[in-house]
Design a binder for this molecule. Sequence first.
Ligand SMILES: *Cc1c(COP(=O)(O)O)cnc(C)c1O
Length: 390
Amino acid sequence: MSSAKLKFPIYMDYQATTPVDERVLEEMLPWFSEKFGNAASTGHVFGEEAAAAVKTATRQIAGILNAEEKGIIYTSGATESINLALKGISAAFYGRRMHIISVATEHKAVLDCLKYLQGQGVEITILPVGSDGLISPRDLEKAIRPYTCLVSVMMVNNEIGVLAPMEEIGAITEEKDILLHSDATQAVGKIPVDIKKMNIDLLSCSGHKIYGPKGIGILYLSRRARHIPIGPQIHGGGHQRGLRSGTLNVPAIVGMGKACEIAQKEMKKEAERLLKLRNRLFVAITRELDQVQVNGSLERRIPGNLNLSFEGVDGESILLAMREIALSSGSACTTAAIEPSHVIRALGFGDERGHSAIRFGLGRFTTEAEVDYVAKKIIKTVGRLRGLLP
Ligand SMILES: *Cc1c(COP(=O)(O)O)cnc(C)c1O
């Protein structure tokens, strides 16, 4: 182990956000000052070159999804895309009896949106997950009602990294003629995503989870979804088929496009590299520590995620004892108290499991030396907190 190459603090929280890749930044820079045109002002060369840059980015983003360019709507990020998808579809069915099915481990953007819609009279079913963090397609089938209009299932979970059985889910919604939305924020750029094979009608994702800038995301609409009168959430100007008005953020769009191009090109190699690093981390930790539980299926998981519970120790205490490492714990500070994560809770092992959980998020700039350092440090820290070491 050569700690000489290490730079502190060590970032191991790639599911929270990622740095902008230098290659992405370079592509973005001219679009701030030098080429500042409004992509909607196509009466002159400034607007035309901006519109052409957006077109290139749209092609790059559509490419990584196997999607059609005209289905892409730019937003400020996945949270906005999810709001537009769920509220927009509900608006299209306004006045009719309506039912939406989703999953207990979804991101708060989905769950809070659904809670809001429930208050508006939409019927909501939240499916449970098994101890592996996955839903059973049978449960989904059983939950479908004659007036179910939408199913929303995240492709990859942001806390435990597990992969939903998307193709099976897509086959069910296709057969029952129900729209399928997927929050694919943690999937795009990491695993192959094919909206056609998966039968996805609406897909949300974000720039800043894939080495692009913050404040940019997309909602993808399939041909079927494009025929539904989705209710816009932001009115004015009629940009983007009237679905999301406002001047396009050209530098961020260019950045998200470039980020997708790079991710698509490097995905296969990078996945292999990250899997090796994650296994190295897992083996090192579990060789030295007992009573360590893996949260979620270890096999059906993106390579850059590991989520472990260290029995008898508090995740927050672990983080406080290793301030030179950026990790995420299984608890979230709400205004009232420290709450265990709703995702780990949904696995059915009790609150203790969530309180003692740590998420290791590995990414493009994670090195072997960093993994070795983090493993060594967490072994020492957990040992000390358990009172076994001085
Ligand atoms: C980060 C994240 C979001 C929110 O994305 P923003 O672009 O930050 O709004 C939604 N869903 C998942 C799964 C995420 O990881």
